[in-house]
Write a protein that binds this ligand. Structure first.
Ligand SMILES: [Zn+2]
Ligand SMILES: [Zn+2]
Length: 260
C-alpha cells in the first residue's frame, strides 16, 4: 500500500478566546478524536490527546505557554495516544490502570482486529477500512511502527472532583457506559461540557469490551437533564442542548426496554 506523506499531522481551529480544537485529518473518522485545548489563568487543559502517531506537544507548541494538564475522558486508543508527552495526566479511577499500562493491542491495521470487532463497528455505522490512517506522518513510517506508550496518571479523579484552572472550574462528571471510567468536564458557569465519548453527534458505541448498556442508559438520563449551552465532544461537531436531548432520547428509545 502506498500512502502519501502528510504535510502536517494536526489541524487546529480556534473556537473562542480560550478554546482551541485540534484533530488528526489523516486518521479515519472512526478514530479521529477531538483534542480540546482550554486556556486557563494558572494552567491549561488538554482534553484528550489523539492517537500518538505524531507529536501533539510539538504541533500545539504555540498554545502551550503554561503548565498543562492532559485529561483522559477515557482510555481508548484514540484519546490517550499523546498523554506520555505531558507531565500531568488526569484519569478516572476506573481507568487509571489502562492509562498506566496500555493493555490492548495498538494497531493501525484493522487486519489485526477480531472479525466480531470489525462487524460491530460496521453495524454501528462506521466504515472500517484496512488502514486506520490515510497518509503517513513522515517518510519511512510503517503502520507496524505504531505503539501506544504507557503514561502513568498523576491525578486520579472521581465524580464530584473539581479541575481548577484558576479562573475556570470544571466539575468531573462520571459518565460510564461507553467505557467504565468515562468522564465529562462540566463548567456550570458557562454551560460548557467536554463530554468525551459519553455523548457525541455520531454512531455511539456501547458494545465495546468494557461497555455497559445499563450504565449508558443512566448516563443518558443524566445528560438529558443537564442545562448545557454547548457540548464539545470526543468526536464530530459540537452541539447545543436541543441536539443533546435528541441524541440522548434516541439512545434511550433504542436501548431502554422500559422506554424513554
Ligand atoms: Zn471511546
Ligand atoms: Zn473515541
Amino acid at each position: 500500500m502506498s500512502l502519501t506523506i502528510a504535510e502536517r499531522w494536526f489541524e487546529t481551529r480556534r473556537i473562542d478566546d480560550d478554546i482551541t480544537l485540534l484533530w488528526e485529518p489523516h486518521v479515519v473518522p472512526l478514530l479521529r478524536c477531538n483534542i480540546w485545548h482550554v486556556r486557563g489563568r494558572d494552567r491549561d487543559l488538554l482534553v484528550d490527546t489523539g492517537m500518538g502517531i505524531a507529536s501533539l506537544r510539538h504541533a500545539a507548541r504555540h498554545l502551550l505557554e503554561k503548565p498543562v494538564l492532559a485529561v483522559a475522558t477515557h482510555t481508548h486508543l484514540d484519546h490517550v495516544g499523546g498523554h506520555h508527552e505531558f507531565a500531568e495526566r488526569l484519569v478516572h479511577r476506573l481507568e487509571a490502570d489502562s492509562l498506566r499500562e496500555p493493555g490492548r493491542l495498538a494497531t493501525l491495521s484493522t487486519a489485526d482486529w477480531a472479525p466480531e470487532e470489525v462487524a460491530m463497528m460496521r453495524n454501528a455505522g462506521y466504515e472500517v477500512p484496512g488502514a486506520l490512517i490515510t497518509a503517513l506522518p513522515h517518510a519511512g513510517y510503517k503502520l507496524s511502527d505504531y505503539r501506544r506508550l504507557p503514561a502513568a496518571p498523576t491525578v486520579i479523579v472521581e465524580e464530584g472532583d473539581v479541575v481548577d484552572l484558576g479562573d475556570r472550574q470544571f466539575d468531573v462528571l462520571h459518565l460510564p457506559g461507553h467505557s467504565p471510567g468515562s468522564i465529562g468536564l462540566w463548567e456550570s458557569k458557562t454551560g460548557t461540557l467536554f463530554s468525551g465519548d459519553a455523548i457525541y453527534d455520531g454512531p455511539l458505541l456501547d458494545q465495546l469490551p468494557r461497555s455497559n448498556v445499563a450504565d449508558y442508559l443512566r448516563t443518558m438520563r443524566r445528560l438529558r437533564e443537564l442545562p448545557v449551552r454547548v457540548v464539545h465532544a470526543g468526536h464530530d461537531p459540537s452541539f447545543g442542548r436541543d441536539r443533546l436531548k435528541q441524541i440522548a432520547e434516541a439512545y434511550l428509545k433504542r436501548r431502554d426496554s422500559k422506554a424513554a
